[in-house]
Each structure stands twice: as C-alpha cells, then as structure tokens.
Design a protein around this ligand. Sequence first.
Ligand code: SF4
Length: 242
Amino acid sequence: MTEGLIHSLESCGTVDGPGIRFVIFTQGCPLRCLYCHNPDCRHPEDGKKVTSEELITEIKKYRSYFQYSGGGVTVTGGEPLMQPEFVKAIFEECHKIGIHTVLDTSGYVTLDAAKPVLEHTDLVLLDIKSFNPDTYRTVTSVSLEPTLKFARYLAEINKPTWIRFVLVPGLTDAEDNVLGLAKFVSQLKNVEKVEVLPFHKMGEYKWEQLGFDYQLKNTEPPSQELMNKVINTFKNYNLVVQ
Ligand code: SF4
C-alpha cells in the first residue's frame, strides 16, 4: 500500500487516452504553464491523501466500462511523476487485474524516477509545450531539455506514445517552432499520434480565484485556419494527427 496526494478523480473520462477512463489527477507540479487549467494542482501540500489500495477499490467498479470501450486508468496532474512510487503502485495493481494504464506527463522528470513507472505503463501522453527552448521556458518557467531526453528514452524503449501540443496564438504557433517539433517527433518511431490541442481559457476563473496573474487574458483561441496549418505541418512529416 502506497500513499499519495491527489487533486481529484474523474470516473468516466474520454479525453486522456483511449476509451472510457478512470482519471486520477495528482497534486503537485513543478511547471507553471501560462495556460494551465488546473493552477490549483501546483502545490503537493494542497492535495488529498489517498492510498493506492483505496483507488484500486474504486477503479474496480468501472472494469466493465473499460472492457466495453477499450479504456482503462489514466494518471495525470499536476505532474504524476512527482510521486513515482505512488503511480507505480497504482499501475502495478492495474496490470495485475488486466487494466490498461496511461501516464500523462510533461516529461520534466529524471529518468531514474520515471523508469520503474514506465515498466507498468502501456501508453504515455507526453506534453511537449514548445520546441523552441526560449518559448518553452516562457510557457512553463522550466527548461525543455529534460522533456526531450525523456522523449528520446521513450523511443529507445519503444514505449507507445502520443505527443500533445497546445497551440497558443502568438506564443507557440511560430512556424519554426512547429516545424522543429514535427521534425523531432517524426524521428521517434514509438509515437502513434500527435494531438494538437487548441488553447482555451476555461481555467481562467481558477487563476482569478487563486489571486494569480493570468497573462493570457487577451489571447484568443486559435482560428480553424491556424489549427489546420499546424496539423498539416505535422502531417507533412507523416505523423498521424488528431
Ligand atoms: S504541466 Fe500541466 S498541471 Fe503543470 S502547470 Fe503545466 S498545464 Fe498545469
């Protein structure tokens, strides 16, 4: 039994991996993404304590949904790999009972922390928030290199991976940024698809409630034209895009 800190649970999620999923939002994140829709996930100490055993009891109730839809369990955050032992314990138990596991991460972690978790992970959703290191730092407040190192390691062990990229007009949409990312990802043979996610402001109210300064107030979601342009850039590198 391993204890961890979570923000919340979602019993029937459909956007974080295949099928219907039990989604665990862990508490704590070392990044400070300008568009974060869960800014209340930042600090581990604000989380709710649960044990992996309690979660597995809850997860088991949804097995028929997973079987019917090809779903399973997703751990996201926050940054799940801030609590590697906790996530490993959840995934290990899931595998014992035949439940598919997805890890959603920024990749801003050490490989030593991630490796034991990856042994019990079926699919990784890796968020690469920018390919230009300066833009990456502007978006996240941290450096890009650990994420690229993590991406290369996933390729080395041939771990099925979906890449996620949030398109923010005036921030991550520069042509050389998108081209660079597409080229990099196309070299990773483990990547099954790329998800281009349009920036939205659904989390803005949480920033206000927390008294944080939301710097993207005047940024609009990308137009369909810009979305298509970026999607086509990835497709031109023979990547499957959603
Ligand atoms: S990695 Fe996710 S949870 Fe962390 S700050 Fe960025 S968007 Fe928010």
